[in-house]
Design a protein around this ligand. Sequence first.
Ligand SMILES: Nc1ncnc2c1ncn2[C@@H]1O[C@H](COP(=O)(O)OP(=O)(O)O)[C@@H](O)[C@H]1O
Ligand SMILES: [Mg+2]
Length: 327
Amino acid sequence: MAEPSATEPERPHQERADDAVIATRGLTKRYRGGQLAVDGLDLTVPAGSVFGFLGPNGSGKTTTIRMLMGLIEPTSGSARVLGRPMPRASRTVLPRVGALIEGPALYGFLSGRDNLLRYDAADPTADPRTRRERVAAALDRVGLAAAGGKKAKAYSLGMKQRLGLAAALLQPRRLLVLDEPTNGLDPQGMREIRTLVRELASDGTTVFLSSHLLDEIEQVCTHAAVMAQGRLITQGAVADLSAGARGRLVVTTPDAGEAARVLKEQGAADLVVDGDRVTAEPPERDLAEVNAALVAARVRVRGFVLERASLEDAFVALTGEGFDVAG
Ligand SMILES: Nc1ncnc2c1ncn2[C@@H]1O[C@H](COP(=O)(O)OP(=O)(O)O)[C@@H](O)[C@H]1O
Ligand SMILES: [Mg+2]
């Protein structure tokens, strides 16, 4: 389908599998009050990825997502979703995208099931004859089958979140965009969402999800982008991002004080002693020598490991500060 007012050159209609599902160039949003919420964002979300859009509160995640979904206009720059320019191609792109953005709009006086029936009825491409089955399947998928008859206003925040997700799952989608999908969920609810995201991804849906929780992204995402104050700090495969930062050296020993002294002498930095555990930023030299030095100093080494760097280590390495989840 051709976009009537497209001035930007369109790519051939079929995107290749290795094409980016979301691509932005210099995407910028300055709100009317003058707040620069998103600043020159170049984002590339590969097809088939579970892409974590990570950043503390206020870093511009929701603003970016609203621009991607054509809900607000960028101040400058451009965004393509499924290969088409947004917001211009909204009418062709949005039916192929399931979205859950900041607290789904629900009718409190209707049951969860009736909310979904209404939602499905608003989709002109949805066959009314199979509506009930679609809704039942979506409720089941998010674990609300038993609560489907309850009024939505009686739902907990987590249940409302899951109902919103069910609405996004009524149709098979190329892309799911979930803004903080685990907000307000208890640990069990968070696990359920993670499982669901993995299932969807294994069906071939690209999932773009935002979160201010680092370990959440690490547990479920193949790729991530890190935002801070409206700017992109880094993006790429999660494994590569953490590989960029060195892990910490962890020595377990009953002689922790002496171990710390030797490690420092060997060039280790940022030493932390906690009971029989000494952790440190490892020195540049061969770790076999460091271990030998400990043994030579009669430190009884029970454990000597280089812990894999986490995304948080990468974040700290990149920004020089801790990942702030406050707010
Ligand atoms: N409608 C708005 N008008 C003015 N400023 C806004 C608006 N929405 C968000 N902001 C500001 O833009 C920045 C980014 O917000 P947001 O995109 O909601 O971040 P996040 O989703 O990462 O928490 C924040 O400083 C926020 O206060
Ligand atoms: Mg937000």
